[in-house]
Write a protein that binds this ligand. Structure first.
Ligand SMILES: [Zn+2]
Length: 192
């Protein structure tokens, strides 16, 4: 950030009085511009023994598979956002069942909130941000071509729950390991 969105003056980066982190502060009007993580909401749309995946038509990770998910908008609940993203990316309508995973991704300042949902019909197709949309059984999931580690973890937990016959809510962190390349570690909050 270079300029104050309130008055247009150039901003400074400093720790405001009583705070502990550097912020963008406007020396002219005094506004402190806080920057906080974004919430990504999405769905595991299920149909019989299959789940719906979308092939990304946008960067990052163009051409790789993901679950319908995207940034929560202002004035929207997480459930509304998850259903909207499913409609936008896959032209699919879902009945949401329950929260499935909450993952913190501190390296990109995101929190992922993923729900389980039942597809209402199979009348779906790629939206603007998808090249292709398809239903996959567990054995056919393109595990090597998934766009993000958070999606892989979410799907693995989903199929694990389904085998056990009991769905529960999973919370964890996805940590990017230091160094070059895309290496991540998943740390789940232990179940009590
Ligand atoms: Zn200002």
């Amino acid at each position: 950030m270079k300029f104050c969105s309130q008055c247009g003056a150039g901003v400074e980066r400093r720790v405001p009085a009583g705070d502990s982190l550097p912020r963008y502060v406007c020396p002219q009007c005094g506004v402190i511009h806080y920057q906080n993580p974004n919430v990504v909401v999405g769905v595991i749309p299920q149909w019989q023994d299959k789940v719906l995946l979308c092939k990304r038509a946008i960067e990052p990770r163009h051409g790789l598979w993901t679950l319908p998910a995207g940034f929560l908008e202002n004035d929207e609940t997480t459930l509304q956002g998850a259903m909207r993203e499913t409609l936008e990316e896959a032209n699919a309508r879902v009945e949401l069942l329950d929260l499935h995973t909450l993952f913190n991704l501190p390296h990109v300042n995101q929190v992922y909130v993923m729900f389980r949902g039942n597809l209402l019909d199979t009348d779906f197709g790629p939206g603007e941000e998808s090249l292709e949309v398809a239903l996959y059984e567990e054995k056919d999931i393109p595990w090597g071509e998934l766009a993000f580690p958070v999606i892989e973890q979410t799907l693995r937990l989903y199929f694990q729950d389904r085998k056990s016959g009991r769905f529960s809510i999973h919370t964890g962190d996805i940590i990017k390991l230091p160094g070059e390349g895309r290496r991540f570690e998943t740390r789940m909050l232990p179940k009590k």
